[in-house]
Design a protein around this ligand. Structure first.
Ligand code: ADP
Ligand code: MG
Length: 525
């Protein structure tokens, strides 16, 4: 091995890895729940992020430690798969490892812990699915509860009802495909002024000020090609011997641009959204024809426009016909804050909508966006499987109780591991209590008592500091959030427990730069 290789073996390796995982969990722990605090992360460039969102905290921190990075991956997976529950997934991972460490201290072998955790994790999926309640798109109140549960405690909390209205209407309009809901942010105004646009809002102005600023009953063309003369590939030089030749050349260019615009005009299009550039001369002819045009529209926006207006995206102007045009009630340039934006509204049967978020500063807006994305993820997850559970620690308390019952069916040491797993699940209600300044022991004792009485959704109202029925209180979360969090937490815990040898390689640079091995001598070790 190269000289600067470091090796850690056995219990030391395990201890180090568990410590790193626990530290990551510790970092986000205080952000959990409605009473969780925010974090302010300042990067090397001095850019500031203020957030309560687990995955955002960890991504912004740019963690280097390899084991810690594995925990960060758990948060990212949770974010991809559900969108919400990132803090939960991370603190669960940390707690599973912490409890595993206690077992290691009692000389329980890692493979036994891994086995017991595996059994418990599998059983947990079944128990949770069993206890879940059903929900359909018609349960508007419950859907609203899911949204407000996700937003409670975040920066946007004061406007959670308004945001819930917007989200519900958005989903009603376009269905459950998250990609069809575009979120556009504009500073200025308050969160309360956020709105749902049935159509698309583009962060773009019209290319030419003499184009109409507002059009009604608009046929729309979408182009992913430029309205420009193609530049020749190689650097060509044009030899002009007298001025008339130059003029002829310019005239020819101008003529082809004019023809391109005429083709567009002939289709009846009144608005053109172009993914690439629009030549100045083409801009002139377009505005003369009374056409509204915007250029350098993002590909993703063009696709959303296609779904919203029913237009087909065209790659060659020659191929454009009236059949590929879409429709919008209005296309209008509007000033929001101090920026111009294009509103494409009144689409018939839009398959794509925009949530225009407003907020005083970019920090407020960024945190509102994260909150609304969490809520959107939760509603989609809830409706996709039609299953939800009570929040505020209720699902976790019930799960822990049922897991303990299950553990008694296991043999000695595996039973210990399964019990440790059950204890770990309670980290959620315990942390909710701690973050609300409540006594976790008192609260957990009372929660246990209620669950033993058969109140399965007994959870912790962190505002009133007492045990309530979370379902009745409307604290509701998708089943998938809990399933995914436990699944990934268990996977990463097992992964880390399996490691008993950490070889931190000699710097990578050393490899390729080593002198070639000749007969004469081996490279210096
Ligand atoms: P995560 O990143 O894991 O989603 P959050 O900070 O969003 O973390 O906190 C989620 C936790 O807060 C969940 O356990 C949820 O049940 C709980 N929670 C949400 N609303 C309430 C409430 N009103 N009272 C108590 N707990 C709540
Ligand atoms: Mg959340």
């Amino acid at each position: 091995m190269p000289q600067d290789t470091q090796r850690t073996l056995g219990r030391d390796a395990q201890r180090n890895n568990i410590l790193a995982a626990k530290l990551v969990a510790e970092t986000v722990r205080t952000t959990l729940g409605p009473k969780g605090m925010d974090k302010m992360i300042v990067d090397a460039m001095g850019d500031v992020v203020v957030t309560n969102d687990g995955v955002t905290v960890l991504e912004e921190m740019q963690i280097e430690h390899p084991t810690a990075k594995m925990i960060v991956e758990v948060a990212k997976t949770q974010d991809d798969q559900v969108g919400d529950g990132t803090t939960t997934a991370v603190i669960l991972s940390g707690e599973l490892l912490k409890n595993a460490e206690h077992l290691l201290d009692q000389n329980v072998h890692p493979t036994v812990i891994i086995k017991g955790y595996g059994l418990a994790a599998e059983k947990a999926q079944a128990i949770l699915s069993e206890m879940a309640e059903t929900i359909t798109a018609a349960d508007k109140d419950k859907l609203r509860n899911i949204i407000t549960t996700a937003i409670t405690g975040k920066g946007a909390e004061a406007s959670k009802e308004k945001l819930a209205d917007i989200l519900l209407e958005a989903i009603e309009t376009v269905g459950l495909n998250k990609d069809d809901i575009k979120i556009e942010k504009k500073t200025g105004g308050s969160t309360e002024e956020s709105e749902l646009i049935k159509g698309i809002v583009l962060d773009k102005e019209r290319v030419h000020s003499s184009m109409p600023q507002k059009l009604g009953d608009v046929k729309i063309a979408l182009l992913d090609c430029a309205i420009e003369i193609k530049e020749t590939e190689a650097d060509t030089k044009i030899q002009v011997t007298d001025p008339s030749q130059l003029q002829a050349f310019i005239d020819r260019e101008e003529r082809s641009l004019k023809e391109m615009v005429e083709k567009i005009v002939a289709t009846g299009a009144k608005a053109v959204f172009c993914q690439k550039g629009i030549d100045d001369i083409a801009q002139y002819y377009l505005s003369k024809a009374g056409i509204y045009a915007a250029r350098r529209v993002a590909k993703s926006d063009l696709e959303k426009l296609a779904r919203a207006t029913g237009a087909t995206i065209i790659s060659k102007i020659n191929e454009l016909t009236s059949l590929q045009l879409g429709y919008a009630g209005t296309v209008e340039e509007q000033k929001i804050g101090d920026e111009e934006m294009t509103y494409i509204k009144g689409c018939r049967n839009p398959k794509s909508v925009t949530i225009l978020l407003r907020g005083g500063t970019t920090h407020v807006l960024a945190e509102s966006e994260r909150a609304i994305k969490d809520a959107l993820g939760d509603v989609v997850a809830a409706l996709e499987s039609g299953k939800v559970v009570g929040g505020a620690g209720a699902a976790e308390m019930e799960l822990a109780k049922k897991l303990r019952e299950y553990a008694t069916s296991l043999s000695g040491r595996e039973q210990l591991a399964a019990l440790a797993f059950a204890d770990a699940i309670e980290v959620v209600p315990r942390t909710l209590a701690e973050n609300a300044g409540l006594d976790p022991i008192d609260m957990l004792t009372e929660l246990k008592a209620r669950h033993d009485e058969g109140i399965k959704w007994a959870g912790l109202d962190v505002f009133e500091g007492k045990v309530v029925n979370s379902w009745e209180k409307g604290i509701i979360e998708p089943l998938k959030l809990k399933l995914q969090a436990i699944k990934s937490a268990n996977e990463v815990a097992q992964l880390i427990l399996r490691i008993d040898d950490v070889i931190a390689g000699g710097s990578k640079k050393a490899g390729p730069q080593m002198p070639p091995m000749g007969m004469g001598g081996m490279p210096q070790m």
